[in-house]
Ligand binder design. Structure first.
Ligand code: DC
Length: 229
């Protein structure tokens, strides 16, 4: 039997992270937060002073090596998932807007995306996987039985993000966040490699005016049907 896979793709702030974690818990499946991989790679390249030099062939080669050998661990704790990079807890750091920017830069470079593919495939194991990202259905797991595309208006995503950052004790201005979201959407949707777009057979949900519970119920109804096929 092939591993059951549910993919959730969509722009940042659509609620993917929360919903993917809830779905994984509901089905008892593993969880892949692929955005975290891009964030970790962005942070690592920044720390190695390579992020601004990616158009240099040598620097790119070095960066690919770093991507392939990235020392990362996802540890489940009662508070959520703890993320370690080279043994250091970077769970909070990788969620900052700054590191989101690093990730978006990294994500636009084909050689770096390619270097993360095997690592993502390795998450697909029994009893199943919920994979959260931008290209989960279109590129990494096209064989997934259930493919969800979760979107929401840029404004509603910005206001959710501000609340999330404030909840983490971080300062946030809605106009800055909205501008960031719009710029990142544009970059993610217009890049030539694995652009953000729904798979042809994706189930599209717009969460702008829906609660987490409402979105969750729509997802479970759909996934139950698809996984039973
Ligand atoms: O979902 P997120 O905000 O953590 O993603 C961070 C960045 O990584 C975002 O700019 C899009 C990119 N990304 C990607 O290109 N492909 C993925 N599968 C996941 C994230």
């Amino acid at each position: 039997m092939t591993t059951q896979i549910i993919t959730i793709d969509g722009p940042s702030g659509s609620g993917k992270g929360t919903l993917a974690a809830k779905l994984a818990a509901h089905y008892g499946f593993h969880l892949l937060d692929s955005g975290a991989l891009y964030r970790l790679l962005g942070l690592s390249l920044f720390k190695n002073a390579l992020l601004e030099k990616l158009d240099d062939e040598n620097a790119l080669q070095q960066s690919v090596k770093i991507a392939t050998n990235l020392d990362i661990k996802f540890v489940s704790t009662e508070q959520g998932t703890q993320v370690l990079l080279d043994g250091e807890d970077v769970s909070q750091t990788i969620r900052t807007e700054q590191v989101g920017e690093y990730a978006s830069k990294v994500a636009a470079i084909p050689a770096l995306r390619a270097a993360l593919v095997d690592r993502q495939h390795a998450f697909a194991s029994e009893p199943g996987l919920v994979a959260d990202g931008r290209d989960m259905a279109t590129s990494i797991f096209p064989q997934a039985k259930a493919k969800i595309y979760l979107t929401a208006s840029a404004e509603s995503r910005a206001s959710r993000r501000v609340k999330q950052l404030q909840g983490m004790g971080l300062d946030a201005k809605i106009s800055d966040i909205l501008a960031n979201i719009q710029a990142r959407d544009k970059r993610d949707m217009e890049r030539t490699v694995a652009p953000l777009k729904p798979a042809e057979d994706a189930y599209i949900i717009d969460s702008s005016t829906l609660s987490i519970e409402e979105v969750f119920n729509l997802m479970v109804n759909y996934a139950d049907k698809m996984l039973a096929k």
